[in-house]
Write a protein that binds this ligand. Structure first.
Ligand code: NAI
Ligand code: MG
Length: 373
């Protein structure tokens, strides 16, 4: 019996291309695993009314990790139109499968390493090496939203909050409320994972990104939790920055930063910025990590215009597979895989279109595989 059971979730569009390519690399690195295909994505929404069918959730309960490609999401009206006619009148609403996986399996860490590999023509600066820890289940992404705003909520807010008054005078369908919910527990465990990472990999500094001077309540609790955790790691420097200033400072001097930790929305934005500094969508990888399950993925979407063309860069997904190897404890394989990626980038002989080359997805995967022992 293979040592590991991995859920294999290609999803839509180029998700299929990049997972196919990554399989070439994983086979060469020799991971002793059974890869079990899981249904996920747009086709399953259209045919079954569920982009993350029950059988896939069951599968995820019985694997060591998952590798996920990408999914297509469309606006509500389009999603209703494309639903199979027999399902049209059932009142189904499309829900993002990746958001659901994060919530169902409490994948509270979104880990996004952003490293500039030497020789990548897309590097903003050479030698950038940042790691972003983004909270993955709370904050503005809690899913607690009101539009139109129910009268009882408006009345309560008017009673409890002075600054709410001008809004309450508006018709209830003329404003909307999205709740930013941050818990001490949720913030604390995320920040702890960032400090644990820093300790394990001898990183010097953890920067807490927030806006606690304005968003006092919810960012305040995040920052308080961060300060409490930091005390327990005296060997690691902690500093903090407002999220807006952070975007400027990151561009001005990325070398001042090391590990970054942030609530969901700020983490989403900051990690895209960091990914762009090290090559963009073809290089950005992430891990959605919980206590029992972790789902690894490239950060890009399904890029429908390139679907099935064997054209896009598979490096983001190969690096996501490297993160998966690390998480499984196959550290040596992870090191070999990253070294192979770094070597191919440095040599510069095989480059996909985003790197100003003309090689295919498969060419890139084969080149990486060829550098593995
Ligand atoms: P996208 O990330 O799919 O693609 C945007 C553009 O980036 C592409 O047209 C392409 O030029 C480039 N690109 C993306 N991946 C690349 C790669 N591996 N190599 C080289 N170039 C690459 O974003 P877009 O077009 O906004 O969204 C397309 C669909 O993907 C939408 O339905 C969206 O909802 C979904 N999406 C899904 C995500 C996920 O599965 N986690 C994340 C982001 C978007
Ligand atoms: Mg994003």
């Amino acid at each position: 019996m293979p040592k590991y059971r991995i859920a294999w979730l290609p999803g839509d569009g180029i998700g299929v291309d990049v997972l196919k390519a990554t399989k070439i690399v994983l086979d060469k690195v020799g991971l002793d695993a059974e890869y079990v295909h899981g249904a996920i994505g747009w086709d399953f929404w259209c045919a079954e009314g569920d982009a993350l069918p029950r059988r896939t959730i069951d599968l995820l309960h019985n694997v060591d990790a998952a590798l996920f490609g990408a999914i297509t999401s469309k606006p509500i009206k389009d999603s209703q139109k494309e639903l199979s006619p027999s399902l049209q009148s059932k009142g189904l609403t499309y829900r993002s499968p990746i958001v659901r996986m994060r919530q169902l399996f409490d994948l509270y860490i979104c880990l996004r390493p952003c490293k500039a590999y030497a020789g990548n023509p897309l590097n903003f600066k050479e030698a950038i090496d940042l790691v972003v820890f983004r909270e993955n289940t709370e904050d503005l992404y809690s899913g607690v939203e009101f539009s139109p705003v129910p009268a009882e909520l408006a009345e309560t807010l008017e009673r409890l909050s002075k600054p709410f008054e001008p809004f309450s005078r508006l018709p209830h369908d003329q404003y909307a409320i999205s709740c930013k919910i941050n818990t001490f527990h949720g913030s604390e465990r995320l920040v702890r994972s960032a400090f644990e990472f820093a300790r394990k990999f001898k990183r010097k500094k953890v920067t807490v990104v927030h806006k606690a001077n304005v968003v006092r309540a919810s960012d305040g609790i995040f920052f308080d939790a961060a300060k409490a955790v930091a005390k327990q790691y005296p060997e690691i420097q902690m500093d903090d920055a407002n999220v807006d200033a952070m975007t400027m400072w990151l561009l001005k001097n990325p070398f001042n930063y090391d590990v970054l930790v942030a609530p969901n929305l700020y983490g989403d934005i900051i990690s895209d910025l960091c990914a762009q500094m090290v090559g963009g969508l073809g290089f950005g990888c992430s891990g959605n990590i919980g206590q029992k399950l972790a789902v690894f993925e490239p950060s890009h979407g399904s890029a429908p215009k390139y679907a099935g063309m064997d054209k896009v860069n598979p490096i983001a997904t190969v690096l996501a597979a490297k993160m998966m190897l690390d998480w499984l404890g196959e550290t040596q394989m992870g090191i070999s895989l990253e070294a192979a990626v770094a070597a191919v980038i440095k040599e510069g002989n095989v480059r996909t279109y985003d790197m100003h080359g003309s090689h295919s997805t498969t060419d890139m995967a084969k080149a990486i595989a060829a550098h593995l022992p």
